[in-house]
Design a protein around this ligand. Structure first.
Ligand SMILES: C[S@@+](CC[C@H](N)C(=O)[O-])C[C@H]1O[C@@H](n2cnc3c(N)ncnc32)[C@H](O)[C@@H]1O
Length: 256
């Protein structure tokens, strides 16, 4: 009897051991797969022509080329302009704008330092390494206190261009994420209604899906001309896209 139950116990342990091995193997498999995905992402990233170009040209992120393409298509940013950069960290868009507002005599037709012909005001939740001449506020664009700081910095001036690359941390819950994106774009449009020149422009990032149609509608209600644009620098796999609004339908509340 004792021998039989000992054998049963050993068999039971054996089964348990086999189950354990299977679980570990399954876990290892998942780990290997995710490593493969990370490797593929890293490979894509390292070989990405815009990543290579950003490194060569001293931009903090490949995102600079998205704004560059949009700007070149619509001729938005010109020397002397007041530009507001919403969701600016790590700073590639501000760097691009800074170069556009620098004298054309500087190396490369614009400079990262030195004379700046115009103003750049930037805001982000995250810190941003300083860029010479760029006034940066760290905080939430959704908070009234931050809106007040931006207004104070503008000092009654109206912006020529407002650009927003703001993207919320995605939760993966589609409806919640769509609502967050929608909220940020609505706030950017609202900001323009108080602080953008009548002939000014707003560029926003948004995503295909949930909030896209209502946001196009909002843009059409707010701007004379509305152009969607997916720059080549925006990855095909990404649902991100951009809307450009030109010329406010209602005149900004702040007086020049
Ligand atoms: C894609 S990144 C911007 C990249 C930037 N345009 C560049 O060229 O370096 C999006 C940024 O939006 C910021 N953001 C998201 N929600 C925000 C909010 N409510 N207020 C301020 N910034 C926000 C994030 O912190 C993040 O840094």
């Amino acid at each position: 009897m004792v021998g039989f139950s000992a054998m049963n116990l050993a068999l039971g342990r054996g089964k348990l051991y086999l189950r354990h091995v299977r679980i570990i193997k399954a876990k290892m498999k998942v780990k290997t797969q995710s490593k493969k995905v990370n490797k593929a992402w890293l490979n894509d990233h390292v070989n990405d022509p815009y990543v290579i170009l950003a490194k060569r040209e001293g931009y903090r992120a490949r995102a600079a080329y998205k704004l560059k393409e949009i700007d070149e298509a619509f001729q938005l940013i010109k020397p002397g302009h007041v530009v507001v950069d919403l969701g600016s960290s790590p700073g590639a868009w501000s760097q691009y704008v800074r170069r556009k507002l620098s004298p054309k005599t500087a190396v490369g037709g614009g400079a990262a330092v030195g004379e700046l012909n115009g103003s750049i005001i930037a805001i982000d939740l995250l810190p941003m390494e300083p860029i010479e001449g760029v006034v940066f506020f760290q905080g939430d664009f959704c908070e009234q206190g931050m809106l007040d700081k931006l207004a104070t910095e503008l000092g009654g001036r109206l912006a020529d261009v407002v650009v927003s690359d703001m993207a919320p941390n995605l939760s993966g819950i589609h409806s919640a994420d769509a609502a967050r994106v929608e909220g940020l774009v609505e706030l950017a449009v609202d900001f323009c209604q108080s602080h953008l020149k009548p002939q000014g422009a707003l560029v926003v990032k948004l995503f295909h899906g949930g909030a896209y149609d209502p946001l196009v509608k909002l843009f059409k209600q707010s701007f004379h001309t509305v152009k969607p644009m997916k720059p080549k620098a925006s990855r095909d796999k990404s649902t991100e896209t951009f809307l450009v609004g030109l010329g406010l339908k209602s005149v900004a509340k702040t007086q020049q």
